[in-house]
Design a protein around this ligand. Structure first.
Ligand SMILES: *[C@@H]1O[C@H](CO)[C@@H](O)[C@H](O)[C@H]1NC(C)=O
Ligand SMILES: *[C@@H]1O[C@H](CO)[C@@H](O)[C@H](O)[C@H]1NC(C)=O
Length: 305
């Protein structure tokens, strides 16, 4: 190819508006084989795939824009059938009438963390494209991400164009190969109308620093009592999922202790406990949530609302 042709080709390529072209479609949702499976109270067990940019699959499904939507994004080494998706879907459909969409990026979520981590930006862009295409009610859309999935939710939230995601809930967002202090390429408090983060293995597999308007530290936020005998850090990491899922399904107020500073969490936060109802508006802050080690799923409950 002559130099002139090469120049023309380059100019052509550069003039394509990358973020708005087929480029991202080809290089993300389709190329990576990311899938989106819908569960509703009409089909709580057998999901329906809604394919990106495929109106037929949407029309044939039970998706209903009058319902609030919950989108769940798994972490490294997981897929649509992982227990995390099963328990969260069940908890939400127990709680109310939602569109629950389970995102599967397992074709790239290889068990090699370093590799999966490199794909987080691309997957996040793909998810934001999907949300733009689906065009759900943004105010009632909550995106729940665990591990690398929390950062994917953050990247998606930074890139939506027609509205801002109502809430992002980060479940122990991944620490390795992310910066605690630099928020550009990871989940951060500006990524949705409200960002809530549950920390359960801070400083190891999860980020300990504040990342949202509401940061919940489960027990000391680092090591979970139920995992004391486990040498596997992922035990404490995964507790963010089980504790959150429990809060979703119970749907009543629970007690949290507000903390004045992040340093208080190592011992016990000192302010008076307050009651919080998930999905309601709660004051921003740092909160300690304690679980009872004898009953791992029993988050300290307030009296009935
Ligand atoms: C999940 O399970 C369904 C039903 O067994 C199967 O068709 C699907 O391929 C599974 N997905 C993955 C990513 O393994
Ligand atoms: C991040 O910030 C904290 C406190 O703000 C500081 O102690 C720590 O050294 C910083 N880490 C890096 C890698 O800059």
């Amino acid at each position: 190819m002559s130099a002139i042709n090469l120049k023309v080709l380059l100019i052509l390529l550069l003039s394509i508006n990358i973020s708005n072209s087929l480029f991202w479609d080809l290089f993300s949702n389709r190329r990576y084989g990311i899938t989106y499976k819908l569960f509703t109270r009409q089909n709580p067990l057998i999901g329906q795939y809604i394919f990106y940019s495929n109106p037929k699959s949407l029309m044939r499904s039970y998706f209903n824009n009058a319902r609030p939507t919950r989108m769940i994004i798994h972490g490294v080494g997981q897929n649509e059938n992982s227990s995390m998706n099963i328990i969260l879907t069940k908890s939400y459909l127990t709680r109310g009438d939602f569109n629950v969409i389970v995102v599967d990026w397992s074709t790239v979520a290889s068990p090699i963390y370093q590799y999966a981590r490199l794909k987080v930006n691309m997957i996040g862009m793909a998810v934001s494209k999907y949300i733009t295409w689906l065009n759900p009610n943004y105010n009632t859309l909550h995106v729940i991400g665990y591990d690398l999935g929390a950062h994917i939710a953050g990247i998606a939230g930074k890139n939506t164009v027609n509205g801002r995601i109502g809430r992002i809930i980060g479940l122990d967002p991944s620490l390795p190969l992310f910066s605690e202090n630099l928020s550009i390429n990871r989940l951060n408090s500006g990524d949705a109308q409200l960002v809530e983060v549950f920390h359960s293995n801070g400083g190891r597999l999860g980020i300990f620093s504040r990342m949202g308007q509401l940061d919940y530290y489960i027990n000391n936020g680092r090591q979970q009592p139920e995992c004391a005998s486990s040498t596997d850090a992922s035990c404490s990491h995964y507790r963010a999922v089980t504790v959150f899922s429990n809060l979703v399904s119970k749907n009543h107020k629970y007690l949290v202790i507000p903390c004045m500073t992040i340093d208080e969490i190592a011992n016990k936060c000192s302010l008076d406990p307050i009651e919080i109802l998930l999905e309601e508006i709660s004051p921003s802050g740092i909160y300690q949530v304690s679980t009872d080690s004898a009953e791992p799923l029993n988050v300290n409950e307030a009296t009935d609302p």
